[in-house]
Design a protein around this ligand. Structure first.
Ligand SMILES: [Zn+2]
Length: 280
């Protein structure tokens, strides 16, 4: 079992019966506790046999007397990972008018990512998912240049200029991966041929498979490149029509065109299930 930061890899985890003892060891959270993996990741991976929309279950509490939360997700490689975090934060109100209680700061750097900007605070869930997706891309592409993570929210949330939203810890801006493993220092608009669709789609797919993405704002040209990539990977058109606004114009698609998202994409996460004052 490879233990790495907040993520613990399991095989056959969901086949465990009710009476099977679940691992209780608490996985420390985030960069303070990251260490080298015990086994070097392989450079190739097996994709899920039947790509589909995320079917991840709700957050499950390992121990209701504590604040430890656990969620099993399927990575872009088809493997299952258990994410664990300590629940403290509260997303309050609407992302364009609310605040963030006891937010958690995403460290400046972590496996597979580098954060820029001065607004590192998110809900426990947002920070976990964003760090997990970067980590899993780094597992799939060993030695990858880190993805650039921009603003989340400020401490306590509230107004976050120049963003209209980003107030409740559920929004985050993320840069694109460039071909040839060229490191990005900030957000850069990439032509389609310069976009690393392998990595960028893996990041987006990892997020989608958490089941916690409300929507993603992404320029249509980037959507087109990722759509074509995902289709080549075996995703069917019906599913892709639910994921991408491109090409059919589905207003309810998860990934939508909003101008200004050529050099980064914006992710809005759903209200964490326990955050009763959160408004979607
Ligand atoms: Zn944004």
């Amino acid at each position: 079992m490879a233990r790495f930061g907040l993520i613990l890899a399991f095989s056959g985890l969901l086949g465990a019966g009710c009476g099977t003892a679940r691992p209780r060891a608490r996985v420390p959270f985030l960069a303070d506790h990251y260490g080298p993996t015990t086994a070097p990741p392989s450079s190739r991976w097996h994709r899920p046999s039947a790509p589909s929309m995320p079917t991840v279950g709700a957050v499950e509490a390992v121990d209701t007397s504590s604040s430890t939360r656990r969620q099993v997700v399927t990575g872009p490689n088809g493997k299952r990972y258990a994410l664990r975090w300590t629940k403290r934060s509260g997303s309050v109100g609407h992302p364009a008018g609310g605040s963030l209680k006891d937010g958690r700061a995403l460290p400046d750097t972590g496996p597979g990512y580098r954060r820029i900007g001065s607004r590192p605070f998110g809900t426990d869930e947002t920070v976990t998912y964003v760090a997990y997706a970067a980590w899993v891309v780094a597992q799939l592409f060993p030695g990858t240049a880190p993805v650039v993570i921009g603003d989340l929210s400020q401490d306590g949330g509230g107004h976050c200029s120049p963003h209209r939203s980003h107030r409740t810890g559920r929004d985050v801006d993320i840069g694109y991966y460039k071909v040839d493993n060229e490191p990005m220092r900030f957000f850069v608009s990439l032509e389609s041929e310069d976009l690393d669709t392998d990595k960028t789609w893996a990041y987006v797919e990892a997020l989608l498979r958490t089941g916690a993405v409300q929507y993603i704002f992404m320029d249509r040209a980037v959507q087109e490149a990722l759509y074509r990539h995902a289709k080549k990977d075996g995703w069917d058109e019906e599913t892709l029509g639910k994921v991408f606004q491109y090409p059919g114009g589905n207003d309810k698609a998860v990934v939508r065109h909003v101008s200004g998202h050529r050099n980064h994409f914006h992710v809005r996460f759903v209200c964490p299930p326990e955050d009763e004052d959160c408004e979607s």
